[in-house]
Write a protein that binds this ligand. Structure first.
Ligand code: NAD
Length: 276
């Protein structure tokens, strides 16, 4: 966020604590910055070692409201360590963004069982473990804030429509979408004070998208990444790809009391892609 945008921020997350997985880059980092600008305290996690250069660089931009914990979303013991860190530092959790994810491309007949399992492990098991680990603390914390606690599971438009050569990713993001609806009903009917919604980005300019485009270039599908960015922009009704900060706005809305009557819903932010 620019200083001007920070000044315009509403502080509507004052007094709330958020946790963002995969928070060092892309959409996750966008969410961390927006939540901080809105007055929240944020714990972010990622794969990088806490004493790595990247973590040092990112944390130096974020200020004292942010803290980092190294955690692989596929490992339950890492989630438990992350929960202990949140509990110790803040004693509460109001917002959970299950953002960490990977994309793998390839035709189904060429896909190995190993790559199928890896994408399910990160994109689906990682979300399940995050929810399971933090639900007790969020149920307790949610009672104290307007609109309750909020879980935001990052799916994709690829969890709603199919796309060539990414069937495993389609399947994983579809699972996130339906898991979110299941827990939303469970928590609402048990009056647990936790809402859960899925966020469905279209094409967002992040390291993940750049790496995916590079794989297409390497496999001879295109000559340059720029060609792919132009082609994806042209195929998007709004004629451009998204900035991570635009997705963070959606996450902020779902985190705040402005979305108090929203649970089990899908927030699609795709420049019109799925409206076609
Ligand atoms: N970029 C897009 O166009 C797009 C579109 C739709 C959905 N998404 C989804 O948004 C989310 C964020 O994507 P992004 O584009 O910002 O990606 P990114 O690769 O730029 O950032 C993802 C972060 O997750 C971390 N991560 C990966 N595996 C992890 C693991 N096992 N444990 C902990 N952290 C891990 C990475 O280190 C990275 O910092 C993903 O779930 C992705 O599927 C992205």
């Amino acid at each position: 966020m620019t200083q001007k945008e920070m000044d315009l921020a509403s502080q509507r997350l004052q007094g709330r604590v958020g946790f963002v997985s995969g928070g060092l880059r892309g959409i996750g980092l966008g969410c961390v910055k927006r939540f901080l600008a809105e007055g929240a305290e944020v714990v972010l996690s990622d794969l990088d070692a806490a004493d790595s250069e990247t973590v040092g660089e990112v944390m130096s931009q974020l200020g004292s409201g942010a803290s980092y914990v190294q955690a692989n979303v596929t490992k339950e013991e890492d989630w438990l360590r992350a929960r202990d860190a949140v509990q110790q530092r803040h004693g509460a959790l109001h917002i959970l963004v299950n953002n960490a994810g990977v994309d793998l491309t390839g035709p189904v007949e060429a896909m190995t069982m190993e790559s199928w399992r890896r994408i399910m492990d990160v994109n689906v098991d990682g979300v399940f473990l995050g929810v399971k680990t933090f639900v007790p603390l969020m149920a307790e914390s949610g009672k104290a804030v307007k609109g309750g606690a909020s879980i935001i599971n990052v799916s994709s438009i690829m969890g709603m429509v199919g796309f060539n050569d990414i069937s495993a990713y389609n399947a994983s993001k579809g699972a996130v979408r339906m898991f979110t609806k299941g827990i939303a009903i469970e928590f609402a009917q048990k009056k647990m004070g936790i809402r859960a919604n899925s966020l469905h980005p279209g094409f967002v300019l992040t390291p993940l998208l750049h790496a995916g485009f590079q794989r297409w270039v390497d496999s001879g599908f295109a000559q340059k990444k720029e060609q792919l960015i132009d082609a994806m922009s042209a195929a998007t009704p709004m004629g451009r790809l998204a900035d991570p900060a635009e997705l963070a706005s959606g996450a902020f809305f779902l985190a705040s009391a402005d979305s108090a009557y929203m649970t089990g819903a899908e927030l699609v932010m795709d420049g019109g892609w799925t409206a076609q």
